[in-house]
Structures are given as C-alpha cells and as structure tokens.
Design a binder for this molecule. Sequence first.
Ligand code: HEM
Length: 407
Amino acid sequence: MDHDSATSSGGPTPGTIPLDSAEFSRDPYPLLATLRDCGPVQRVRTVNGRTTWVITGWAEARAALADARLSKDTARFFAGRPSHRNLAPAVSRTLLATDPPDHGRLRKLAMKAFTPAAVARLEPRIREIAARLADALATRGSADLIEEFAVPLPIAVICELLGVPEGDRAAVRRWSNTLFAAGDPDAVVDRASHAISDYMTGLIAARRDEPGDDVLSDLIAARDDEDRLTEPELVSLAVLLVVAGHETTANLIGNGMLALLRDDTLRSRLRADPGLLPAAIEEFLRYDAPMTIATFRYATEPVDLGGVRIETGDVVQVSPGAANRDPARFAEPDAVRLDRSTGHLSFGHGPHHCLGAPLARMEARIAFEVLLTRCPDIRLTDGTGAGATGGTSDGASDAVEWRRARL
Ligand code: HEM
C-alpha cells in the first residue's frame, strides 16, 4: 500500500499534512490527531519535499525509540552521499547521533557530570536567577513571558553549568537558537555550528588550565577505568548540552505557564499546594510536549511497525506530541489532569532518553514556584492561546500573541 496516499475518500490525507507549516507550529494537535487517525505510523511528505515516517501512536513511538534497528548515526546514514553542508563535526557527531557501542561509552562518561548530587548543587543558583527574572517582570505592567523569563532562565542555567562568562552568553544563545530552530539558510546554520564549536574548544582549553566548579571541569576530569572523553567528544557534548537543554526547557516553562494561565482553578491549587508541582510538570510535559517531533532515525534494516513496513534507509520521526495524546494510552488526552500515572514520551525513551531530564524538571519546578509566588496576579493579556511548542521562541510574532502576560 502506498502510505503517501493512504486515505479513504473524504478522510484525512497524511501525504498533504503540512508538518513544517506556520499552521502546524501554531497548534500542532489537530494535525497530529488527523495523522494519528490515519494510523499510528504514517508516511508524510514535508513542505520541503522530504519523505519521512511519522510515528504518532504511543505504543509504536515507545517501541521505535528503543529499537536498535532505527539508527541515530547520521554520519553512517549520509556516508558516501554528496553534501553541500559544512556543519562542524562537534554539531553533526554528538552523543545523540551515536549508536551502540560508542553511545554507551560516551553516555556513561557524560552521566558522571549529571549525578543527582551535581544537579541538586545547582538549585540555589537557579532559584536566584529565576527570582531575579521574576522580580524584573513584576515591576512592569505587562511583559513577554517567553522572552523575559522562559528563555533567559534555561540559557543562564546551562551557561552557569558550563562556566560560560556573562559577557559571552548572548552569543551562545544566538548560535544555539540558529542550530535548534532550523529555520535559517544552511550557510547560516553551518557558520553558527563552527562559531559555537570554536567557542567551546576555547572554553575547554581554559578549564583544562584552570578547572572551576562547573560541569565542564567535571567532564574534563570524568574517567571510567582508563577511559575518558577525547577533545572532540568534549566539545560536541558541551555544544549538545547547550542546544538540547535550552529551547526545550524554555518550551516546557512557556507551555506549562500557558496551561496554568488558562486555568484559574489549577493555578490556585498549585499556589496553595506547591507539593502538586511535580505532578503538574509531568502533566504539562504530556499535554504540550516541548519537542513536538523528536530527532531523526534511519532504518538499518526493514522494520514492521504499526501495520506498515519501514524499509532500509527510510527516515523515521517519532512525535512525542502526538503519542502523548494518543487516546489508546491516555483517557481524555486533550485535558490537563493531575491524577494520571504519566508515561509521556517527552524526554524520549530507550538508550537516548534525555540526559538532562532531572535538571529540566528541577528548573521547571523552580520557575513555576517563583512565578506563582512573586507574580501572584499573573494573567494573560489575551487568550489567543497559540503555544511555543516546537518552534523557536524568537520566531514569528503571529504565533506568540499569548506570550504577553499581565502581571
Ligand atoms: C536527549 C527532550 C532538556 C540534554 C533528549 C531527547 C529528548 C529530549 C526527546 C531524545 C531525543 C531522541 O531520542 O530523538 C528534552 C526536553 C527537555 C530537555 C523536553 C526539557 C523540558 C534537556 C537539558 C539537557 C538535555 C536541560 C542538558 C543540559 C540532553 C542530551 C540528550 C538529550 C545530552 C542526548 C542523550 C543521548 O543521546 O543519550 N532530550 N530535553 N536535555 N537531552 Fe534533553
């Protein structure tokens, strides 16, 4: 069966679903539901002409994320193909783009800098940064919550984590936005990849000479028996931490606050009982996934999944946004409910499960606590309700009306 045109007459047409359109960025859920109605694994042509399998069913998404036949090794996939790209190796060859056995070795070393103790050590400093940002908001009549809180908090945290000096943070944020958003021309993205890679190389050299109380120094020192991270591995991990941990966490804070600002009862409940925040954060992660669609995978052999055959060489994308609202897994999937046992796939699943998940959860908890206590009268200036999901927070203004919150 040709899944590009798998549709009954008058029904949804997966082949024409505009996954990279402004409409999708504004509110992906109706389109993802239409796609899921066609079947849990669908072949889709994107606006730029690429063909990809999109996995929208929860059970199929979970299986795909843990399936070793679906490779993350981009270099292997593109080997021998002509390319006009000039991405820095630190960006194209990361932990996230590595398969076993290399992946396990790199991940074990990287985990040494993300122990519960290392993450807990950051809490007072995160609280300080969040309080400073919230106090600046509270002095104003109205403010852009994304630009002035949700984005600056995670970038400041990652820069603290890596020991990036204050004066360099704006540049790091710019490069990271360019790499994550994927909306710029290839040449601009390539240049940003080299700039951030050169910057991290310099920072690592400085930390090697003079270790500090930061994760970068921990990673330089990280050893496993006699194994340690090589220089290129260190650089690429530092770049990955910035790119993977910045926009995603900003989206969690932004999407979660939007859900809270739309629900007065929930907001009052959380203000009265901050002990509910961890459950609320899991539900925000499910309800409005910070990454609507996760990173690419490539089939290294045929894979039968969700009633279709994915052929060797096919590109596969799992959609946590769709899987998290699969009615086969979650009752009332379009409602925010704190009484669920979660099981969302927002942090992925399997060997590449998000390394920074404990940090992101802690940042979000602090962000909501601080906003609810320091800005008690916070509310939306308008209720248009388009979220920040999946897009760049520096992106199109038509998608971000809701960001202006009255304080
Ligand atoms: C991997 C989501 C925050 C570091 C991933 C993956 C997802 C994800 C879905 C797996 C991608 C895939 O398998 O295709 C998120 C979300 C976050 C978040 C939703 C915030 C709410 C962070 C933070 C950091 C981080 C704060 C670190 C500072 C990483 C790394 C990987 C990863 C290093 C690669 C792990 C591996 O390949 O083994 N993240 N992330 N993430 N994330 Fe996160």
